[in-house]
Ligand binder design. Structure first.
Ligand code: 5AD
Ligand code: SF4
Length: 439
């Protein structure tokens, strides 16, 4: 019999990227092989995101496109995994006749059996009320220069707009020994940079080992060059964590710290657990402690009852705190969250106008920050060839800016010092510098 050939399309956040690698590992261990293109696959899995309605709509339209491939390949199995699978379960299979399999987080270990089952009697639905599983990867022989390592799953914060605590379940931390083993294995196969990921990494807790201690332990791993982490929650970011960013040489000077809104009334309704002034104090302290620190954030506009004055509070915070970059979103009501009861009273046009105004302001700030780097030296970890420009390699600075540098003389996985010669909004254009790393 032909071996199963799987194709996984991943939507959403870094947690999903990690989960897709885990799924690929489970399938490969059962004898399946990855397919290059969906058209070559015997099973297609879409790893879905539920954070905003738009992400869910996109997944549905991709699933319908994939279902059309069945005309040529009648035994094709089309499955949904990830947040939508967990959230909607059998409702999803009832709604979309093209779906053969719906598997929630705790079903990933048994996917090979579920796929076989779906071929005999479709649809197969495998979700539990509350996911508990924790995954660790066994890195393959060949790894990438940078890798994600999930350190915790789930979230207990229940921000009123957010679906995550309902789909990913209660917060649970992976044993620190497993995390460190995973990082060591990645490093032994060539990985230079790891990003420790979780919905709220600052509240990591494994007995005596809290997040600050985990950073220390990871920093001791020989051969690892850089450590990043995301996402931080302002209410759980401690002085100890900020000091570790300053003191541990491998921990990069970058903090992703979602603000969401600059209005105290909105922050209270969002159940964020801080006021705008608390947030500003944290950022000022962190920047004072670590002058080179880059701070990025998430902003949401159009949360229920958001008035012009509330939104102006957000613009003011963007203006005052001058983030290096920000991800901006229009509020999208999610079924079953507390905020759903508040209605969705900000008209779409207003949300869009506010979103565009916030983006325009942040773009100006990002451009100014980039311009200030001209003529400066940055440390770039070379990650890969540039897809578009043969003559360049791509990497990132410690502050997480994307950078390109002429390829001659640089190798993937190498850290180089580079001069910034020009900058676009998304990219620093660099040249080789005569200075060496650490000099
Ligand atoms: N609508 C819009 N944006 C949301 N986010 C989370 N839930 C929603 C929602 N219901 C945003 C937040 C979060 C980021 C990952 O996604 O800004 O920080
Ligand atoms: Fe959602 Fe808040 Fe948890 Fe982030 S911290 S995943 S926004 S509930």
């Amino acid at each position: 019999m032909e071996p199963e050939r799987f194709y996984i399309e991943t939507h959403g956040c870094q947690m999903n990227l990690y989960d897709s690698q885990f799924i690929a590992e489970v399938l490969a261990r059962a004898g399946s092989q990855p397919a290059e293109r969906p058209g070559d696959a015997s099973v297609i899995l879409v790893n879905t995101c539920s954070v905003r309605e738009r992400a869910e709509r996109k997944a549905i339209s991709r699933l319908r496109e994939f279902a059309a491939l069945r005309k040529r390949n009648p035994s094709l199995v089309i499955g949904v995994v990830g947040c939508m699978a967990q959230r909607l379960g059998s409702r999803l299979a009832e709604r979309e006749s093209g779906i053969d399999l719906v598997a929630g987080f705790d079903a990933y270990h048994t996917l090979p059996d579920l796929i076989r089952g779906a071929r005999l009697r479709r649809p197969v639905v495998a979700t539990v009320a509350e996911p508990r599983a924790l995954y660790s990867l066994r890195p393959a022989e060949q790894t990438t220069v940078t890798a994600f390592v999930t350190i915790m799953q789930g979230c207990d914060n229940f921000c009123s707009y957010c679906i995550v605590p309902y789909v990913r379940g209660r917060e649970r931390s992976k044993p620190h020994g497993d995390i460190l083993d995973e990082v060591r294995r990645l490093v032994s196969r060539g990985t230079k940079e790891v990003t420790l990921i979780g919905q709220n990494v600052n509240s990591y807790s494994d007995g005596e080992v809290d997040f600050a201690r985990l950073l220390e332990l990871a920093n001791d791993i020989e051969g690892l060059e850089r450590i990043r982490f995301t996402t931080s929650h302002p209410k759980d970011l401690t002085v100890g964590i900020v000091e570790r960013i300053r003191d541990l040489p491998r921990v990069c000077e970058h903090l992703h710290l979602p603000l969401q809104s600059g209005s105290d009334r909105m922050l209270a309704l969002m159940n964020r657990g801080y006021a705008a002034s608390d947030y500003a104090k944290i950022v000022r302290f962190a920047r004072h402690t670590i002058p080179a620190l880059a701070v990025t954030t998430d902003i949401m506009v159009g949360f229920p009852t958001e008035a012009e004055a509330d939104f102006e509070g957000t613009l003011r915070m963007l203006d005052e705190l001058r983030f290096d970059a920000a991800f901006m979103f229009r509020y999208s009501p999610r079924e079953g969250t507390q905020a759903e009861n508040l209605g969705d009273d900000v008209p779409l046009e207003t949300k869009t106008r506010r979103l565009n105004a916030a983006i325009a302001l942040q773009n100006r700030i990002t451009d100014e920050k980039k311009s200030a780097l001209l003529g400066k030296q940055v440390e770039v970890l070379i990650e890969r060839e540039s897809g578009k420009e043969q003559a360049f390699m791509l990497g990132r600075t410690r502050e997480n800016w994307l950078a390109k540098i002429p390829r001659e003389g640089v190798r993937k996985g190498e850290t180089v010092v580079a001069d910034v010669i020009s900058a676009t909004r998304w990219m620093l254009c660099c040249d080789h510098s005569s200075r060496k790393v650490g000099a």
